[in-house]
Design a binder for this molecule. Structure first.
Ligand code: SF4
Length: 384
């Protein structure tokens, strides 16, 4: 199969969200458990025998949610609620809501009240992940989550099943990182849009199938590496809570840019770092969680997000940073000024562009990206 045939299932999964879950359920008779953001240890969901489904996108009729949410609630939560109320998550049997921010804290209660799923749980991450007590706290929270999943599954999560799930997830993350690396070196081989289609598709497809497809994609790309023009696109670092909509990547590609990294929940934060395979697997899951790349939702004193982003921009030789700021994302609002100041002090061109689930105006975003690309020296003729 060629590259476009291999990437097609990921595109299809994103354009027909839930379809693969329905097919999987019809074939296996299993149940699906969704999760918000990407801080939930989904290896536990997989090891319990459920289909893990990461909700990072999907267009919904927001009006249904507007009746229940204050105007200042982020459009991600609004979109998730609208999906649930509009029946677009009916293929899910359960939902885990991580407690990332004030919005997610109230979200699980609200959903429980107006549209409960048969199985619902929350996942409480420590806010100050650098504290010495964070590890033991998080292991306790993993044990609680695991117990709840076992109760719903009606059977214990076997150590060897969890080990296999972790190995599968590690493999998929490793493959995605390798493909991201090939993209950064040879953006002409695989575009930014295609890379993030693979990452986002991998959150909602059967993980075994994801592994097989990614292995084939990596092989095709490795075979093409070194052939033809690697491309001279302007290297850009993106930053934000969630990347939405993915069409923004088309604008960046068209404007002569290429994405070489990010800290999105549905981007590099999803694929960065693996879980160590060791005797205590809950400890290993907690370890990965505490060492993930910084995010606005958590404080990491020894690894502050603004300095992390500056370092990545410098290490990866980025010409600029685009902050895609999800409107009304409260943790992001707190970080935004410091992030922009850090880039200014480091002499890295940066721009902040506001996005909204379901309500982003691509025309305005195009104009801002085009202006930024002119500033950092890109060939923006393709986006005029
Ligand atoms: S972290 Fe931001 S985007 Fe995510 S639920 Fe909270 S406010 Fe919304």
């Amino acid at each position: 199969m060629n590259l476009s045939e291999l990437t097609a299932p990921f595109e299809k999964a994103l354009t027909e969200p839930g379809e693969q879950v329905r097919q999987w359920k019809a074939k296996q008779g299993g149940r699906a458990v969704g999760f918000l953001m990407t801080d939930v240890p989904e290896e536990l969901i997989h090891a319990a025998g459920f289909f893990p489904y990461g909700i990072a996108g999907g267009n919904a009729e927001m009006e249904a949610a507007d009746a229940h949410l204050q105007p200042w609630i982020c459009s991600y939560a609004r979109n998730c609620l609208a999906l649930a109320l509009g029946g677009k998550l009916d293929f899910l049997d359960g939902l885990i809501v991580p407690q990332n921010c004030d919005t997610t804290r109230m979200f699980s209660d609200l959903l429980n009240h107006i549209r409960p799923f048969p199985y619902m749980d929350i996942f409480r991450m420590p806010r100050q992940v650098g504290r010495s007590s964070a590890g033991s706290y998080l292991i306790g929270e993993m044990e609680r989550l695991k117990y709840g999943l076992e109760q719903y599954a009606g059977k214990p999560i076997d150590h060897s099943d969890l080990r296999s799930s972790i190995a599968l997830y590690n493999r998929n993350r490793e493959l995605l990182r390798r493909i991201a690396d090939i993209h950064a070196q040879n953006p002409n081989l695989i575009s930014s849009r295609d890379l993030y289609t693979l990452i986002n598709g991998s959150m909602i497809m059967p993980r075994e199938e994801v592994g097989e497809l990614l292995t084939a994609i990596r092989e095709v790309l490795e075979g093409l590496t070194g052939s033809g023009n690697a491309g001279n696109q302007v290297r850009l670092l993106l930053s934000g809570t969630l990347l939405e909509p993915l069409e923004i990547l088309d604008l960046i590609d068209q404007c002569g840019g290429t994405v070489i990294g990010d800290d999105f929940q549905n981007g590099f934060r999803y694929i960065e770092s693996d879980v160590a395979i060791k005797d205590d697997l809950l400890d290993a899951l907690a370890e990965r969680q505490l060492n993930r790349i910084p995010s606005s939702a958590f404080d990491i004193e020894h690894r502050q997000r603004r300095y992390y982003l500056t370092e990545v921009a410098e290490d990866k030789n980025a010409s600029g940073v685009i902050f895609l700021h999800l409107g009304f994302c409260e943790p992001e609002n707190f970080d935004s000024y410091d992030n922009l100041q850090a880039m200014k002090r480091a002499g890295i061109p940066a721009i902040r562009i506001e996005t909204q689930f379901g309500r982003s105006t691509l025309g305005q975003i195009r104009t801002r990206i085009q202006a930024f690309m002119e500033m950092v020296g890109g060939d923006d003729s393709g986006c005029r």
